[in-house]
Design a protein around this ligand. Structure first.
Ligand SMILES: [Zn+2]
Length: 153
């Protein structure tokens, strides 16, 4: 999903107590993800692995992806109008962090993973995940104990 350089940069940023916010759009920007890597919750490596473990509860974000998917295609992610919603969510979350208004769950853990959907999508286990309206689902994902990047706190 992500380039190895992202994980290296992530580790370096967390070592300096920085928060790193990743904003990604999936195929045709029908959905996107905003992931917040930080030492208190989970690093990028832990987030990626935990999201992989949640796979059956999530939609197949690359559903219908063309075999010859290239940046020259009109279906390319960067050419999709839906990107606006994903970027807006990313900016909103960045502003939350800059103004220290970090949304937390009932147990006081910060939300560190947001999925945004622009079209109706079902999870792999068949449940409605996104509706036809813009839908945001948020999670507090813990890192792995003993992770050499985020596991100390
Ligand atoms: Zn970690």
């Amino acid at each position: 999903m992500l380039h190895i350089a992202s994980y290296i940069l992530d580790g370096l940023c967390l070592e300096m107590n920085k928060i790193v916010i990743y904003v990604n759009a999936f195929y045709k920007a029908k959905a996107g993800v905003v992931a917040i890597s930080n030492k208190k919750m989970a690093c990028l490596d832990c987030l990626t692995e935990q999201i992989e473990n949640m796979k059956s509860k999530l939609p197949d974000f690359n559903l219908g992806m063309d075999d010859n998917y290239r940046c020259a295609n009109s279906s390319y992610i960067a050419s999709q109008i839906y990107n606006l919603n994903i970027v807006n969510l990313g900016v909103r979350i960045i502003l939350n962090y800059l103004t220290n208004k970090i949304p937390k769950d009932n147990e006081g853990h910060m939300y560190n993973c947001y999925f945004i959907g622009n079209e109706k999508m079902k999870s792999l286990d068949g449940k409605e995940f996104f509706t036809n309206e813009i839908t945001i689902r948020r999670y507090s994902i813990p890192g792995y104990r003993g992770c050499c990047v985020c596991g100390n706190e």
